[in-house]
Design a protein. Sequence first.
Length: 350
Amino acid sequence: MSDILDIDRLLQPVSEDHPCGDDLDDFVFSPEFGELQRLGQGREEHVMGDEVIPAEEPDWRAVRKAAEDLFGTVKSLRVAVLLTKAVTVRDGLPGMAAGLGLIRAMLERYWDQVDPLIEDDGDATERMHTLGELGTVEGFIRLVRRCELVASQAIGRFTLRDYLIASDHLEVPAGEQAPQLSTINQALMDTEIEALQATISALDKVLEHASAIEALFNEKVSAADQLSLTEIVRLGRHVRPAVQEALERRGIVAAASGEAAAAAAAGDGQPAAAPQVVAAPGEIHSREDVIKALDRISEWFNKNEPSSPIPLLMQRAKRLVSQDFMSILKDLAPDGLKQIEMISGSKKEK
């Protein structure tokens, strides 16, 4: 059972004959679900007379309560998605992991009965669109990016979005100053080990649940109704190495579980990371060992040859170690990147 959601209680059958509730075809039109949707939308910016009323975030506490109450009468993925949004906003990455864990359990236990139902002809479009909300960049992923990555009393608080911008995985919005990656890394190093372990554990659960949901769903539906949660996996793949490095610099090995590693590899077509090995002094077995070696080189030159430009080159090399081919090409040869993008049709994630 999750510490955030009582999944066993939420999965309790509504009745013996109708474990997911009756009249599921009409549930989407019910006043109870309509109220939950209203709560989950918040308020858009609007004009009243001469006054501009600013937009309001949903009351996520109220969304959570209304969603959990509905589980007593219906098992609906529509409700579970809104509940997942609520606990993600309120509880961060652990909340996201709990919500995805609930959705995974609902699919595993109630595939044939859960709302939205699969049509008699096998059409799963409505269910696919319901779960597909979890992979929308302007919807759920935007909420996830606002989750806290690290909070240091001495250095400050940083979100996943801050890290993605600082590490060049997101573009800096116009008029906004990008956070410094070195500052975020310092905050990670200033954070209690237990907090970092909790963060990486939540990230691994997110990757595992997202992978399992996608695999289970796509195994049971036609090619036309395939579900993609790639954005979740991509986000986790970008962020996890920073937390892992902070732990390993303190002697804590944080290897991903088998499912999490497979999810990260499958998420963007890149090979899974090699198993994490604690290297003997002077040996290199991982990217983290490479970074440590570059740091030692920089330290030697700073101490013995302070006028040397080598430390600057080492810092640039460190920045490239964890990047993919396209990111490295952008850093080293921007004009070459434009040609590659033109040929492949690829473009940077927004």
